[in-house]
Design a protein. Sequence first.
Length: 71
Amino acid sequence: FVPNFQLFQKGDVNGAKEQKVYTFLKNACPPVAEEFGNPKNLFWEPLRNHDIKWNFEKFLVGPDGVAVMRW
């Protein structure tokens, strides 16, 4: 399979090196859950309540660039 669209590189969504767009999105919407699970399975620091806790977490952004919802 050869994609016919531009591919991006992986980036951090949590921790000290998180991408600024995720900082913006996480600050705009309340967290989905309060608990983190087992801290031994987490590999980023610092841990914050608004961190993305699962790879299926989504953000809905309106056409004006405002984050509307997080789930």
